[in-house]
Design a protein around this ligand. Structure first.
Ligand code: ATP
Length: 369
């Protein structure tokens, strides 16, 4: 079993930095877990504690059923792939991949079998006799992965392994890593600051900030039901629009009011907002760019959810168009159909998809609905 469990884990560095606080997480066997968050949020420290490269200040880490706090890295049955995957320049690809097994005194036949098998999985069999300098960036990255695969570890730990590749190759390697994960059927724990990378590969994602877990869930749930303002803003690109507003009641309906605009909340959301005591209170409304519509069909059906917007910039991306607009002095982004006729300088109407409105508590920043 390659489950990994962290229980109340803290890391305090000498000098007073608490890099990781009260970290609790059950990673199941065969999961592809991604730790994501801005620079300095404690992702690498967490991964290094799982690897045994960093001591745990407080709490427990289990791999399978075994408490590993005091188990040295080499005995943890894990393999780690780093951002700087230095290959030995004077060795061939085969020798680079075989190196760790040789050190561990594996028999020659076994080394050969494992290297060839890993090379086959990664599609680099034809490169085994080459030296690293005769490889492309993507091929080198595959060799680095190969070095980890030959160990046949229970758990793969990866720290930003794609960040040295160019954008196109990164996209390609993302898909390859997902396939590799399925094929190997082992647990992957992957660290990145790139939310797109996290969203495309993780079966579950752990969003971190300032050493604390903010939310753990599938990409879809994180996107659709962010637990707080930070997760809402961090996941999704362009990011969710945030609007300071107030909840007001009129004729038994609830409205989210900002400037001269009032957006009517649908029944389900209104009920919850009322139950939780937010009528008359200040809140932060969140709406994703794709939930603002400029098409006639939406404008006609949207009741009490249409605002006037001045188009500032139009960004045509081919499959979609981004409208940078100003509504009542606020800068918002709408992701609309590429056939949209909106031009810079136009005054247009935008409809809010009210079922997709998020409201956050202004003080705690936690999601209300
Ligand atoms: P990045 O994406 O920039 O790598 P990260 O999320 O991986 O960031 P960590 O490297 O885990 O963050 O660092 C978390 C915090 O701990 C940071 O404030 C960092 O400065 C601090 N830190 C990391 N290593 C040490 C160390 N050896 N001694 C003291 N403080 C450290």
């Amino acid at each position: 079993m390659a489950s990994v469990r962290l229980k109340g884990v803290y890391k305090r560095y000498p000098g007073g930095v608490t890099a990781v606080s009260d970290f609790n997480l059950d990673i199941e066997d065969k999961e592809f877990i991604v730790l994501v968050g801005p620079s300095g949020c404690g992702k690498t420290t967490t991964l290094r504690m799982i690897a045994g490269l960093e001591e745990v200040t407080e709490g427990e880490i289990y791999i399978g059923d075994k408490l590993v706090n005091d188990v040295p890295p080499k005995d943890r049955d894990i393999a780690m792939v780093f951002q700087n995957y230095a290959l030995y320049p004077h060795m061939t690809v085969f020798e680079n991949m075989a190196f760790g097994l040789k050190l561990r005194k594996f028999p020659k036949d076994e080394i050969k079998r494992r290297v060839h098998e890993a090379a086959k999985i990664l599609g680099i069999e034809h490169l085994l006799d080459r030296k690293p300098k005769a490889l492309s960036g993507g091929q080198r990255q595959r060799v680095a992965l190969g070095r980890a695969i030959v160990r046949e570890p229970k758990v793969f730990l990866m720290d930003e392994p794609l960040s040295n590749l160019d954008a196109k190759l990164r996209v390609q390697m993302r898909a390859e890593l997902s396939k590799l994960h399925k094929r190997l059927g082992t647990t992957f724990i992957y660290v990145t600051h790139d939310q797109t990378e996290a969203m495309t590969m993780g079966t579950r994602i752990v969003v971190m900030k300032d050493g604390f877990i903010q939310q753990v869930d599938t990409p879809q749930v994180l996107y659709e039901q962010p637990a707080n303002l930070f997760v809402a803003g961090f996941i999704g690109s362009p990011q969710m629009n945030f609007i300071e507003a107030r909840v007001e009641q009129k004729d038994k309906n609830l409205y989210v009011v900002f400037g001269n605009n009032a957006i009517k909340l649908p029944e389900g959301k209104a009920k919850k907002v009322e139950e939780l005591g937010y009528v008359g209170k200040e809140v932060i409304m969140g709406i994703r760019p794709e939930d603002l519509h400029d098409e006639e069909i939406f404008l006609q059906t949207a009741q009490d959810a249409v605002v006037d917007a001045d188009v500032d910039v139009v960004e045509m991306l081919g499959s979609e168009t981004l409208l940078y607009v100003v509504v009542d002095g606020l800068n918002l982004i709408a992701r609309v159909d590429p056939r949209s006729k909106a031009k810079s300088g136009d005054r247009i109407k935008l409809a809010f998809d009210v079922n997709r409105i998020h409201l956050f508590d202004k003080e705690t920043e936690k999601a209300i609905v």
